[in-house]
Design a protein around this ligand. Structure first.
Ligand SMILES: NC(=O)c1ccc[n+]([C@@H]2O[C@H](COP(=O)([O-])OP(=O)(O)OC[C@H]3O[C@@H](n4cnc5c(N)ncnc54)[C@H](OP(=O)(O)O)[C@@H]3O)[C@@H](O)[C@H]2O)c1
Length: 287
């Protein structure tokens, strides 16, 4: 049995969809069964639990030999993921697939990449088999800008001439489902940095593609990083989270973490990932 976390989020729901499409039975750990009711309707077994409560995690893991760890960013992420790993090991899980970040490299000063790196190290030392799936910058990060972009013709972010490779969370979910349903030995001890098929883009390129799909001229304009941080603060879970995003964006803007396109998704899946244009067409209902 597989235990999946994060099913009410972007990548967990995509993983669940991809597993269901493949006819794979799995269990999902959820904090609130009512919030996940649509998944129960689709035949997913739900186990109520919270990563803050290791006993609830142990109960959800009963009978599971595999687990997928997907968790939102917070100041608790490193501690909660390490605790999940320890509980999974003690519960007899043999293979754990973790959603991580390609920016989790030694020496990183980003708050979330540093947390991911520490968790990756803990997982590698756990004695369980492990696989790391590390998608580049989510296309979904840009979805929330579309209404204002449509209205004003401006994509306003503090990203300078920084570049990103983009990944659709739906592809991340499909990739994780592939890892769980092929091999699985060939995926043990593997780190997969995945991206979509687009060349690396700066935010002028991103604005241009948005404009082509929205059918209007769209221009990228650089905005003040401090003002941007204040603007996103109410939408994120904590001040820690808005600080973490601000640091990530500053490192994109100053070229510390340039986008890097990989062909891993294409090679392993035998198909290209979703392009940014296809993603925009899908979410704006144009296909
Ligand atoms: N943004 C990027 O470009 C990017 C790129 C690469 C990797 N990542 C990584 O992707 C991850 C986020 O993935 P996502 O976007 O799919 O997340 P998301 O949409 O924010 O969903 C987070 C999930 O975590 C669950 N969760 C939160 N706290 C929990 C707890 N204490 N116990 C159990 N479940 C809990 C949430 O459940 P509830 O519904 O109960 O809240 C939700 O299902 C982060 O680790 C991030 O670093 C991000």
């Amino acid at each position: 049995m597989i235990l999946l976390t994060g099913i009410t989020g972007n990548n967990g729901s995509a993983t669940a969809d991809a597993l269901l499409k493949r006819g794979v039975k799995f269990r999902a750990l959820v904090r609130d069964k009512a919030k996940a009711a649509e998944w129960a309707d689709k035949g997913v077994e739900l186990a109520e639990g919270d990563l803050h409560d290791p006993d609830s995690v142990a109960a959800a893991l009963e009978g599971c030999d595999r687990a997928v760890l997907i968790l939102s960013n917070s100041q608790d992420q490193e501690r909660l993921e390490k605790s999940f790993i320890e509980t999974a090991r003690a519960s007899g899980v043999e293979h754990l697939v973790k959603l991580s970040s390609p920016e989790a490299v030694p020496g990183t000063t980003g708050l979330t990449p540093a947390a991911h790196l520490a968790v990756e190290d803990a997982l590698k030392a756990s004695g369980m088999q492990w696989t790391l799936v590390r998608p580049a910058f989510f296309m979904q990060n840009l979805a929330g800008t579309l209404p204002i972009v449509q209205q004003t013709g401006k994509l306003s972010m503090p990203l300078g001439n920084g570049t990103v490779a983009l990944t659709d969370c739906a592809d991340t979910g499909d990739f994780i489902a592939m890892v769980l349903t092929t091999g699985p030995e060939e995926h043990y001890g593997k780190t997969y940095d995945i991206t979509g098929p687009d060349e690396v883009m700066n935010f002028h390129d991103i604005a241009r593609v948005m404009g082509e799909v929205l059918g209007r001229e769209v221009e990228y304009e650089d905005c003040d990083p401090a003002a941007y941080k204040e603007m996103i603060r109410p939408f994120l879970s904590s001040d820690w989270h808005s600080d973490a995003v601000a640091i990530l964006f500053a490192q994109i803007a100053d070229g510390t973490t340039p986008g890097v396109k990989t062909d891993t998704f294409q090679k392993m899946m035998g198909r290209p990932g979703t392009s940014f244009r296809e993603f925009l067409q899908r979410i704006t209902g144009q296909n």
